[in-house]
Design a protein around this ligand. Sequence first.
Ligand SMILES: Nc1ncnc2c1ncn2[C@@H]1O[C@H](COP(=O)(O)OP(=O)(O)O)[C@@H](O)[C@H]1O
Ligand SMILES: [Mg+2]
Length: 266
Amino acid sequence: MSTSEIRVQDLHKSFGDNEVLKGIDLEIAQGEVVCVIGPSGSGKSTLLRCVNLLEEPTGGRVFVGGTEVTDPDVDIDAVRRRIGMVFQQFNLFPHLSVTGNLTLPQRRVLGRSKDDAARIAAENLARVGLAEKADAYPGSLSGGQQQRVAIARALAMGPDVMLFDEPTSALDPELVGDVLAVMRMLADEGMTMMVVTHEMSFAREVADRVVFMDGGVIVEEGAPAQVIGRPAHERTRHFLSRLLDPAMADVEEGSGEGSGEGESSH
Ligand SMILES: Nc1ncnc2c1ncn2[C@@H]1O[C@H](COP(=O)(O)OP(=O)(O)O)[C@@H](O)[C@H]1O
Ligand SMILES: [Mg+2]
């Protein structure tokens, strides 16, 4: 497919004098699934957050569906409506039922009627396999179920693009599979997806392309079998070997992320 759904050109982002993104160029075609991998602190979350302007780039341009997000005159709310975002933390409202969590943003942001919002909520809960949890409260659900609710909440907004920032990193291992299965289904349905993940088997099987970032730059990108299977760069090999070594992987997961996940309240 030739249409670029996401286009990032020479993207730079600094926090004070810490340059976190040092010139990122990336295009994601409509229907393409791109997995972004790389060590903690390499700028993956910042890249994702620059795509929907949760962070304001300090240089370069970002386009989503042909609209320049970095245009000072852009209607950013209109752009964000087309972008679904799923974080490591699910950010569900604990005092609202699952249905309430799905209908609230539809009504507030899209102005849908109560009936329409409820119908679309039910459709998307069914999509993620949680139709029977419509009236449950988040606190009664497993982490994996809560994350699937968060995905359904994003889908209910009818996005053209879905961004995932380590969606399974906070989950107990036995709950990861159900979330990845939902993401795989979305990929099969042709959703354009940008996924930051440490799940290499998911990246291998589902991604059209894998991007390896380190130190604020894209070190290499290509087909999963190439980047994960036969990495061209020493930094990629080093990262992958650490991921496969559980002792070192703990170090990887444990080093805190500076960005704070999500813009909404907990
Ligand atoms: N809001 C922020 N303020 C200051 N520094 C930040 C902020 N967000 C991220 N950083 C810094 O940017 C770097 C990259 O962070 P991040 O994009 O979260 O990396 P990754 O997602 O790859 O772990 C880190 O050094 C982090 O501390
Ligand atoms: Mg991150």
